[in-house]
Design a protein around this ligand. Sequence first.
Ligand code: 3HC
Length: 303
Amino acid sequence: MTSDPRHPTLPFPHVSVIGAGLMGAGIAQVCATAGCHVTLRDIDGAQGAKAKRAIEASTAKLVEKGKLTAEVRDAALAHIAFTDALGAAAQADLVIEAIIEDLAAKQALWREIEELAPPSTVFATNTSSLRVADQAAVTDRPDRFLGLHFFNPVPLMPLVEVVRTDAADPAIVARAVDFVRRLGKEPVLAHDTHGFIVNALLIPYLLDAIRLLERHGGTIADIDIAMKLGARYPMGPFTLLDTVGLDTVLHTTRAMQEEYRESRFQAPPTLERLVAAGRLGRKSGKGFYDWSVEPAVPIEGGP
Ligand code: 3HC
């Protein structure tokens, strides 16, 4: 695929995304829409099929809204290959990892990919909370390893944090910045500290909203309305928590708590309980809201 790029001038004509969850599917979609050949790899075939449906639905919505032409949509869909084979996915100019937020799992994945990928391939992690250097260190190419942190929902969110470690080659970082712009997104450079820029500020805010709920400061519905109308946030904190995924927020919170040991990163019991109950937010049908009905209704009264 690399030998037949659709857009040879793209900084990374062939991109592989590892992990076909919410983020992986979104990243694959925006790369394909920008003209890359994309390989989306998941060990679970059912997850790959779910990602395919999500990409079809998302691009259909963007076409309906006039944000994407049907022609670009069709070309993008035709250039995403779904696979469960890591060997195929490693043959790319850029490999972006979007698996679970677990350092040991990510390191094991990179060790495997390192064996399979050409030396020229650039590696990127979409981690939201772990140190990029801890992943780069298990590969032989820390100079070609960086963070590319996308935001949820990826097709709509215009920001990507480009995270550079001390070992990263400045030319690779510059290429990644250029690539992000070619995806139609705005890059910001972030240093390799847990939470980078956005989550370092956003996660404590989301956890504070849960703590406010726990001490009966307001209902889910009222806290959401308050922050939308009183602070002009596009979504209230509970809608955002459900959109990001409560399991993702919990993983991020734990990683940041482990690093900083500050009470503001301590997971509130309600978050722990909802995740244990499988209420992960929009993607599982229920979180703080019940998403099986339209419009979603808040589930007041706790888990
Ligand atoms: N693809 C295409 N369309 C999508 C979509 C997707 N993936 N997800 C939602 N939509 C559609 C909806 O279906 C809805 O369509 P409709 O209008 O036909 O009902 C539409 O987008 C939503 O439209 P709205 O009018 O409500 O909102 P906007 O289009 O103005 O904005 C938004 C939507 C950009 C999601 C806005 O609400 C927003 O900015 N929310 C905050 C999101 C945010 O903060 N994300 C960051 C989370 S943190 C993170 O990801 C980091 C991680 O590491 C934890």
